[in-house]
Design a protein around this ligand. Structure first.
Ligand SMILES: Nc1ncnc2c1ncn2[C@@H]1O[C@H](COP(=O)(O)OP(=O)(O)OP(=O)(O)O)[C@@H](O)[C@H]1O
Ligand SMILES: [Mg+2]
Length: 263
């Protein structure tokens, strides 16, 4: 039998994302001080915590959008600059390019990579077919509903097959019907691709609904209060919110959150 000794950079699926000794302050205000986190591959992980505790900052750091003051973050044992990241910004309306079609918006990361136009179109059409999504790709962003625009932003984030998909408050600007639609599509993308997905949410129901686990963050300086598992089988459906296991996990998170707010 082969005896493989793991090298320091070798990761398993359990420690796919590793954050070690993370420090980050803004204008002298400490947000993260020696913060550690290990996240597995292939799951949907929600990040939940009080306003201003640093949820967006954490995914901005983990995706390499903003620099750390100190620490180390790796994805699959690789430094961030060698990882492929998909990111859906909170204000999705402002991040789609209004002057180009849905096709060109979704294909934008491929264009940056130098993929020729015909191949870009083929890959976008293939992506839509794979997730059973019907969109008129010739239309411009303003011609779509909010939910469809959010879907375009998600497709743009996954078209280049990232190692990790980050979403900052993906449901916050959507009405309930659109929230259901985007939840369903995100879940389909995940069930089909097993893409490691990190979702920030300030809504506890949204945070629990799609998650395999929920990270509960404290007030600043930010600590990981607890990581709560939610193992209910997929697909989760609108009825999930009355499932006893969903209700139990949501109550557990709420209790931990309340306890933390009392400190
Ligand atoms: N670029 C920046 N410059 C200065 N301060 C910042 C910057 N980015 C974030 N902060 C501060 O860091 C703290 C955490 O911000 P962050 O946006 O990460 O919180 P959040 O948990 O996402 O909050 P929310 O729930 O409001 O989205 C806040 O006090 C914020 O004002
Ligand atoms: Mg935020």
């Amino acid at each position: 039998m082969l005896n493989i000794i793991p090298s320091p950079t070798m990761t398993t699926t359990a420690d796919f994302i590793q954050v070690q000794g993370l420090c980050k302050s803004f204008e002298g205000q400490v947000l993260y001080d020696d913060f550690d986190l290990t996240l597995p591959q292939g799951q949907i992980i929600s990040i939940f915590g009080p306003n201003g505790c640093g949820k967006s900052t954490l995914i901005n750091l983990m995706s390499g959008l903003i620099p750390m003051d100190r620490g180390q973050i790796t994805i699959a044992g690789k430094p961030l600059r060698r990882s492929r990241i998909g990111y859906v910004f909170q204000n999705y309306r402002e991040t789609l390019f209004p002057w180009i079609s849905a096709l060109d918006n979704i294909a934008y990361p491929l264009r940056v990579q130098g993929v020729p136009p015909k191949e870009r179109q083929r890959r976008v059409e293939q992506l839509l077919a794979r997730f059973d999504i019907k969109l008129d790709l010739r239309r411009y962003p303003y011609q779509f509903s909010g939910g469809q625009q959010q879907l375009i932003a998600i497709l743009r984030a996954v078209v280049a097959e990232p190692d990790v998909l980050f979403l900052d408050e993906p449901f916050s600007a959507l009405d309930f019907e659109m929230t259901l639609y985007i939840r369903e599509k995100l879940q389909e993308v995940h069930m089909e691709s097993h893409l490691t997905t990190i979702v920030v949410s300030h809504d506890l129901e949204d945070a629990v609904y799609l998650a395999d686990s929920i990270l509960l963050l404290s007030k600043r300086p930010t600590r990981l209060v607890q990581q709560v598992s939610f193992a209910l089988a997929r697909p989760r459906t609108p009825e999930t919110i009355v499932d006893p296991e969903f209700v139990r996990v949501k109550s557990q998170c709420l209790e931990i959150f309340r306890e933390e707010m009392r400190r």
